[in-house]
Design a protein around this ligand. Structure first.
Ligand code: ADP
Ligand code: MG
Length: 326
């Protein structure tokens, strides 16, 4: 199974940022309000994610690192209505098979914390530990046992850049949680929580800057069971904003061709063609109408009614942007 886990890791864990993604999503699934991410050497040396979520009871700790054990899906039918970010139960075992891994957790109302260490896929016995309610995952020396993969890690700054980008995109969607990110002991980001998940403006300003909000149009429209909200940027002289493109579907960051096409078309209509567009958009729809089960690591989705979604996006954005044509 160690080999199986390593193969799964090859698919899901491309680089340190993929580890951060899986761990932060687990924290959010556990209802965390506060998530602390500490990185050393671009993640090659250490990735640590601590949360104040519901935690894991002692008996379940070995399960959390066992292949295909998930606490989030009870039946095949549940796959149709995935409300959590994770559901495959392969992230932790995959990560643990390619690192020196430690999972410490204290469940809600438990009077003690427990810790389990895994070294290149080999779990040790569970031991008592000190930890407040919540979970702490430490991933050291990623790919230490796969030298070829480790060699492919890029410069520290590049890998940290991917991590920072990932944290930004998740923080944009989950505004009611607090995020702290540090690199080599230095605080890089502190994102204070908003009052609730619909209070996006402050978080958008914190993550993308006040200039982005000032040069954007607010979008807010609902029809046919679809709801789109967020901001679309007008082209500005600032190149720094060029690649700020975030599209979330039911709280999940998505890079999707159908979405990209609809957005591009709306911009092209108002003669912004060829200019870079910046946007932060949130699409909400019935989870049964979108398949997020396409690939564990890629940000792809499949819409049941692609045409409907495409036209809704295009029309909504076109309406918003044509106001700015003059
Ligand atoms: P998945 O998220 O697909 O269920 P993972 O391998 O990411 O699978 O995690 C396995 C299990 O470990 C989860 O189903 C959950 O029960 C538990 N778990 C992992 N991280 C946390 C966390 N931060 N807080 C609480 N439980 C966690
Ligand atoms: Mg998970």
């Amino acid at each position: 199974t160690e080999l199986v886990n390593q193969i799964a890791a090859g698919e899901v864990i491309e680089r340190p940022a993929s580890v951060v993604k899986e761990l932060v999503e687990n924290s959010l699934d556990a209802g965390a309000r506060r998530i602390e991410i500490d990185i050393e050497q671009g993640g090659a040396r250490l990735i640590r994610v601590r949360d104040d979520g519901g935690g894991i009871v002692a008996e379940d700790l070995p399960l959390a690192i066992a292949a295909h054990a998930t606490s989030k899906i009870a039946s095949f039918d549940d796959l149709e209505h995935v409300g959590t970010l994770g559901f495959r139960g392969e992230a932790l075992p995959s990560i643990a098979s390619v690192s020196r891994f430690a999972l410490t957790s204290r469940a809600r109302e438990a009077d003690a914390a427990w810790r389990i260490e895994v070294d290149g896929g080999k779990p040790r016995a569970r031991v008592p530990a000190q930890h407040p309610q919540g979970t702490n995952v430490e991933v050291r020396d990623l790919f230490y046992n796969l030298p070829a993969r480790r060699k492919f890690l890029r410069a520290e700054r590049t890998e940290f850049g991917h991590i920072d980008e990932l944290v930004k995109s998740i923080a944009l969607a989950r505004t009611s949680a607090e995020f702290r990110l540090s690199h080599n002991g230095k605080p890089v980001r502190l994102l204070k929580p908003a009052r609730d998940d619909s209070d996006h403006a402050q978080r958008v300003a914190d993550v993308l800057g006040e200039e982005f909000l000032a040069s954007s149009l607010r979008v807010e429209h609902a029809a046919a069971g679809l709801r789109l909200s967020g901001w679309v940027g007008l082209p500005t002289a600032s190149r720094a904003q060029a690649d700020q493109q975030y599209f979330h579907v039911n709280g999940r960051l998505v890079r999707d061709r159908l979405v990209a096409h609809a957005v591009r078309q709306a911009y092209a209509d108002v003669l912004f063609h060829g200019r870079h567009s910046a946007f932060v958009l949130f699409l909400e729809l019935d989870p049964a109408l979108v398949d997020v089960n396409v690939h564990p690591a890629k940000h792809e989705v499949r819409f049941r009614e692609g045409r409907l979604v495409h036209d809704f996006l295009y029309r909504t954005l076109d309406d918003a942007l044509s106001g700015a044509r003059a």
